[in-house]
Design a protein around this ligand. Sequence first.
Ligand SMILES: Cc1cc2nc3c(=O)[nH]c(=O)nc-3n(C[C@H](O)[C@H](O)[C@H](O)COP(=O)(O)OP(=O)(O)OC[C@H]3O[C@@H](n4cnc5c(N)ncnc54)[C@H](O)[C@@H]3O)c2cc1C
Length: 379
Amino acid sequence: MEDELRDAIRKLCERYPEEYWQSLDRERAYPVEFVGALNDAGYLACMIPEEFGGPGLGIREAATILEEINRSGGNGAACHAQMYTMGTLLRHGSEEQKRRWLPDIASGETRLQAFAVTEPDAGSDTTKISTFAEKRGDRYVVSGKKTFISRVQHSELMVLLARTTRLEDVERKTHGLSVFLVDLREAGDRIRVSPLDTMINHETNEVFFDELEIPEDNLIGEEGKGFHHILSGMNAERILLASESVGDALYFVDRSTKYAGERVIFGRPIGQNQGVQFPIARAYIHAQAAAALRDRAVELYEAEEPCGAEANMCKLLASEAAWEAANAAMDTFGGYGLAEEYGIERKFREARLYLIAPIANNLILSYVGQHVLGMPRSF
Ligand SMILES: Cc1cc2nc3c(=O)[nH]c(=O)nc-3n(C[C@H](O)[C@H](O)[C@H](O)COP(=O)(O)OP(=O)(O)OC[C@H]3O[C@@H](n4cnc5c(N)ncnc54)[C@H](O)[C@@H]3O)c2cc1C
């Protein structure tokens, strides 16, 4: 089953070769055709249960899909949110909410690609967010500002984390946050979206909320418990982004191995030199280790057991393996690593993101130091 899925994704990705991603990168354009093809084939809805019109696959298959997209040279970031936001919706949404939204997402009519957490004044310290949803009758009225919110312009729905009780009024800083599903089609001028230019081609934005009204039915789970509800989504996000990084690492290893075997300098293939071979081999080993830990995180996630440690650790390992492989590829390709037409420099820029997003690796180290190893809290 897994091999068949990998083959099918590889075949689909072959229709979108390096030139496709390069021209998008140059134009800073969204991969509409590629995402459309994934949607039509049902891959984006893979985690939606059959009773709601989806294929009823799990995070394991989602991880395989994203890994293969990135290994093929593509970029799963254009569409991964529809998979990782499912964790929050499936585990904490009501039956009525699932019936209302999931069939349209499964059919591809509605896209759920935006996940709005980060704020300029809170950054990694999520509990400091100040976007506020005030209850007024049967609605919540939201005001505030988010930053780096990706794919908003290619999504009808957005999962939003906002405060419903101010930080100064809660007993614990993780209390008083709530999760909403926002229908962007109904937002009118109450939401303003301002695109952010970044080093990579990643549709990301500042988003301003000005008294946006959300029906109370769009609250997911319990009011005030949003931080906990969103954690299952965040664990899924870490596992899936680790899979993209594993895919990136293997992309660089594949490309470097091939090039090192073909490029002849000093009368022999450069790959014959252990100085060229070893960094590629080392990155490959680290990518395999990351994939093994990712598989463990997947098992725990599927069993609905705590998987925060494994999800975080595999994200750190995978992002570092990808970055190591990216540097090995740059060295292997020499000057051609920097030449646009080879594609290495594009993937090099893209692989760099996951050392800092969706959670900076320092924060993972601090999580493991405090929560896994029991060392003193630093914040
Ligand atoms: C292209 C892109 C797309 C994104 N898409 C989304 C999205 O769709 N939705 C969303 O909500 N967010 C998104 N983000 C935001 C991303 O999740 C944040 O950038 C990330 O969480 C880090 O937050 P920050 O940039 O504010 O860094 P900061 O929190 O300001 O941290 C800056 C640096 O300081 C370090 N640091 C901070 N505190 C500590 C500490 N206590 N100990 C050690 N080191 C520390 C961090 O490791 C980091 O390296 C995106 C970001 C990018 C760049």
